[in-house]
Each structure stands twice: as structure tokens, then as C-alpha cells.
Ligand binder design. Structure first.
Ligand code: SF4
Ligand code: SF4
Length: 155
């Protein structure tokens, strides 16, 4: 399950290190946000409770921890893996689903404010790449369905 998404050897070293706490903006400014606690629980196999916590959604994906990390691994990977798992289980904030729906519909996470752009003299935004994205999504879904059918046939 979570092991598929994380390298436990690197995560163990991260649990012993903890240096990023002092450069992580979320650690410094959001009360209760502490990937060190999440990582310790992941290593103990006691991470389920964090799937319901708002803290796993408070990582800004700013990459500060990855850039500083001597093993280029740590806080961010753990938080990303937790969010992925929560999403697979359907335990995600409503905004995540809204963002996904918007992305599938428009190829963007928000529509450019054309009036504002015009006022500021900004050029027309580039095409979003929505069509290409939808083709890739269709291929992905087809492959997943094939894998599922193969798995069921082998049972
Ligand atoms: S990526 Fe997330 S965990 Fe890493 S420093 Fe930024 S906010 Fe903190
Ligand atoms: S991400 Fe890297 S530098 Fe940060 S606490 Fe973990 S091992 Fe240490």
C-alpha cells in the first residue's frame, strides 16, 4: 500500500534527521503541521489516522525540503504519498475534486481572467493542451481497464 509509494530506507534516515523542520514554511507557520510525526507513524505502520488529517494537505509543494536534503528525499515525498493514498480512498477535501473536474474540463486549474489581462496589456494565454490531456487520460483509463480484466481473468 504506502510502501509502493515510498522508499522506507530513505524515510528511516529522514526520521533520524528532521533538519527540514526549520526551513519548511508550513512547519514554521501552521500550528500542528509536522511531517516528522507523520513519517514516524508511516514507519511504525500507524499512518491511517493521518489520512483524515488536514495537515497532509498543508504541504505547499514548495520543494524547500527536497532542495536542502542530502538524499533528495523526505518530507515532501511522505506528504505526497499520504495525499495520494487519501485520494485513492476518497478521503480528500472537496476542493481537490473540484480542481480535478475543472482540469479535465478546461485543461487548467482556473480560467484566465481575460478582462484583467487586457487591462494589463498581457497577451492571449496559450492553449491549455486540454485535447492532448484528454487523449492521454483515455489511453490511461483503457490500459487500467485492460489490467483489471486481465487480473480478474487470472483469478
Ligand atoms: S515541500 Fe512541503 S514539506 Fe517540504 S518544505 Fe515545502 S511545505 Fe514543507
Ligand atoms: S528531507 Fe532530508 S534533510 Fe529534510 S529531514 Fe528528511 S532527510 Fe533530513
Amino acid at each position: 500500500m504506502i510502501e509502493e509509494h515510498l522508499d522506507f530506507n530513505l524515510l528511516r534516515k529522514c526520521a533520524d534527521c528532521g533538519a527540514c523542520y526549520n526551513v519548511c514554511p508550513s512547519c514554521l507557520y501552521i500550528e500542528g503541521y509536522d511531517p516528522r510525526a507523520v513519517i514516524k507513524d508511516i514507519l511504525k505502520g500507524d499512518f491511517e489516522k493521518w489520512l483524515h488529517s488536514e495537515h497532509i494537505w498543508q504541504c505547499l509543494e514548495c520543494h524547500q525540503c527536497l532542495e536542502l536534503c542530502y538524499q533528495h528525499y523526505g518530507f515532501e515525498n511522505a506528504m505526497t504519498a499520504m495525499r495520494l493514498l487519501a485520494t485513492k480512498k476518497g478521503i480528500h477535501p472537496a476542493q481537490v475534486k473540484r480542481g480535478w473536474d475543472m482540469f479535465v474540463k478546461t485543461g487548467r486549474l482556473g480560467e484566465p481572467a481575460m478582462g484583467q489581462r487586457k487591462r494589463l496589456g498581457l497577451p492571449e494565454p496559450k492553449k491549455s493542451g486540454k485535447e492532448e490531456f484528454l487523449k492521454l487520460l483515455a489511453i490511461y483509463k483503457e490500459r487500467k481497464a485492460q489490467e483489471k480484466n486481465r487480473g480478474e481473468a487470472e483469478l
